[in-house]
Design a binder for this molecule. Structure first.
Ligand SMILES: O=C(O)C1=C[C@@H](OP(=O)(O)O)[C@@H](O)[C@H](O)C1
Ligand SMILES: C=C(OP(=O)(O)O)C(=O)O
Length: 430
C-alpha cells in the first residue's frame, strides 16, 4: 500500500502503545506459571499476536478482554503447556522476538515442533541456537530458507556458551526456560553482548514473575534450577521505541506530548530522551507526560549498538540537524526487518538528504530541505514510521510504499498520525 502523507507541523498528544518487548515477556512468563495471570494494557500488533498464537499452539489457554482505553486489551493467560502425541506447527510470522524467545520453550514443551515464518525472518540467523542444540543432542532440521524448522529434544542444564554479537534474543530465550530445569545453569557470551539492555529487561520481567537470574560481569548469567513462575496481574508500560517517533516529530516541527510511559523504565530505548536532548531538543517531563517541542538541532555521534531500534528515527532527525549526525556501530541493523542501514540511506537520499552509507555506519549532513515524492518503506515498520515524520519538510507530497508494514508493531500508527496533523491519501493498493 502506498500512502501519501502531508503535514505542516505535528501537534497533539499520543497515548503511546504498550511496549512490544515487555508484552512478549509478560505473556511468556505468564504462560510458564501454573495459574491464571492477567496481562493488562496490551496494544495488539502482528508480533504480539504471533507470540500469543505460538503459545496457544503449545497448549497455553489465552483469552482477551477489551479495556476502556481504546485499542487496549487484558490477556487472561492460564499457564501450562501441553505435550501432544503429534507434531505441532508454530508460526512466528515475521517476529524474531517470537521465534528466538519461544524456541527454547518449544523444545522444553516435550513436543516435536515445526516452526514457520515469513518475510525477512527467513533470513535472520538462528546460528547460536543451532550450534547449542547440536551440542545438547537436540534434533534440529532446517530447510535452506530457515523454514520449516523442526526441533525436538530435552535441555540438559549446565554451562552454555553462545555468540552474543548476533542478537540478545538468544540469551533472553534461554533465560526463560533454564530456571525450569532441575539443575542450575550458566549462560556465557563468547563475544561482547550486543543489545545487552534487552537481556536486563528479561531479567527484570522474570523477577516480577518470581524468577531470579544472577547477572554477573561480562555477560555471564547464573540461573538456579528448580524455580517456578508466579502468576499475577501485570501492567505493560508504554513503548519508548514507538514514543521515539513522536518525540522526534515534536523536536523537528511542532509540539507533541506522549502519555503512558514509565519515567523509570528499564527499556533501553528510553535513551531517545537523552539523545534528542544532546542534539539540542527540548524534551522533558511535565507530570507523567513527556513533551517534545520544536528545537534547533545539532548533529552528534551516536553509538546505536545498545538501541538498534532507534536507528531509523535518529537518521530521519539527522537530516534536519545542523552538521554531521553519525550513527555508528550499526552493522547489525542490516539483519533486521530490512537492511536498515541501506534502506534508510536510500530513502533519505531519494528525498534529497545528504547521506553516506558505510559498512557499519550512516553519516548524515544537515539540515537539508527534502524534495518529497515516492520512497520505499522496505517492508519495514520502523523505516516507514521514520520517513513519515519527515512529511513537514517535503516540498512535494511524501508518498511511502509498504505503508501497511506498521502492523508489525504499531497498527494504529496511521490513525495516530492523523490525530497530530497528518493528512493521508491512499495512493494505490498492492
Ligand atoms: O528482546 C527484544 O525484545 C528485542 C531485542 C532487540 O533485538 P537484538 O537483540 O537482535 O538487537 C530489538 O532490536 C528487538 O526489536 C526487540
Ligand atoms: C527488530 C524488531 O523486532 P524483531 O527482532 O522481534 O523482529 C523491531 O521491532 O524493530
Amino acid at each position: 500500500m502506498k500512502l501519501q502523507i502531508m503535514a505542516a507541523r505535528w501537534q497533539g498528544e499520543i497515548d503511546v502503545p504498550s511496549s512490544k518487548s515487555m508484552g512478549h515477556r509478560h505473556l511468556i512468563a505468564a504462560a510458564l506459571s501454573r495459574d491464571t495471570s492477567y496481562i493488562k494494557g496490551i496494544t495488539p500488533s502482528d508480533d504480539i499476536e504471533a507470540t500469543i498464537e505460538v503459545l496457544r499452539s503449545l497448549g497455553v489457554d489465552i483469552q482477551r478482554q477489551a479495556e476502556v482505553r481504546p485499542h487496549r486489551y487484558t490477556y487472561l493467560v492460564q499457564g501450562g503447556m501441553q505435550s501432544y502425541s503429534h507434531p505441532i506447527v508454530c508460526d512466528a510470522r515475521e517476529s524474531a522476538s517470537t521465534l528466538r524467545l519461544l524456541l527454547p520453550l518449544a523444545i522444553y514443551s516435550d513436543n516435536k515442533v515445526l516452526f514457520t515464518g515469513r518475510g525477512r525472518l527467513t533470513q535472520r540467523s538462528l546460528a547460536p541456537y543451532q550450534a547449542l542444540c547440536m551440542k545438547q543432542g537436540i534434533y534440529w532440521q532446517q530447510s535452506e530458507h530457515t523454514f520449516p524448522l523442526t526441533v525436538q529434544g530435552h535441555w540438559t542444564a549446565g554451562t552454555m556458551a553462545l555468540r552474543g554479537d548476533i542478537s540478545s534474543q538468544f540469551f533472553s530465550g534461554l533465560l526463560f526456560v533454564l530456571p525450569l530445569l532441575k539443575e542450575s545453569s550458566t549462560v556465557i557470551s563468547t563475544t561482547p553482548l550486543e543489545s545487552a539492555g534487552y537481556v536486563n529487561l528479561t531479567c527484570a520481567c522474570l523477577r516480577e514473575h518470581g524468577v531470579a537470574i544472577q547477572a554477573k560481569e561480562n555477560a555471564v548469567y547464573f540461573i538456579r534450577g528448580g524455580q517456578t513462575y508466579r502468576a499475577g496481574t501485570y501492567h505493560v508500560e508504554g513503548d519508548y521505541s514507538q514514543a521515539a517517533f513522536w518525540l522526534a516529530a515534536g523536536v523537528l516541527r511542532g509540539t507533541l506530548t506522549c502519555s503512558g510511559l514509565n519515567r523509570n523504565s528499564l527499556q533501553g530505548d528510553r535513551q531517545i530522551l537523552a539523545l534528542l536532548q544532546q542534539m539540542g531538543g527540548h524534551v522533558g517531563w511535565e507530570g507523567d507526560k513527556l513533551t517534545a517541542r520544536q528545537s534547533n538541532l545539532q548533529g552528534i555521534d551516536i553509538d546505536v549498538s545498545s538501541c538498534p531500534d532507534l536507528f531509523p528515527v535518529l537518521a530521519a532527525v539527522g537530516t534536519q540537524a545542523t552538521g554531521v549526525t553519525r550513527l555508528y556501530h550499526a552493522a547489525r541493523l542490516r539483519y533486521k526487518e530490512s537492511d536498515r542501514l541501506h534502506a534508510m540511506a536510500t530513502a533519505l537520499q531519494t528525498l534529497g538528504a545528504t547521506v553516506t552509507e558505510r559498512a557499519d555506519q550512516l553519516c548524515i549532513v544537515g539540515p537539508t530541505p527534502l524534495r518529497g515524492g515516492t520512497v520505499s518503506g522496505s517492508r519495514d515498520h520502523r523505516i516507514v514510521m521514520a520517513l513519515a515524520i519527515l512529511a513537514p519538510f517535503c516540498q512535494h507530497a511524501l508518498q511511502i510504499e509498504d505503508a501497511q508494514a506498521v502492523v508489525k508493531s504499531y497498527p494504529c500508527f496511521w490513525q495516530d498520525i492523523q490525530k497530530v496533523g497528518g493528512i493521508l491519501t491512499q495512493e494505490e493498493t498492492i
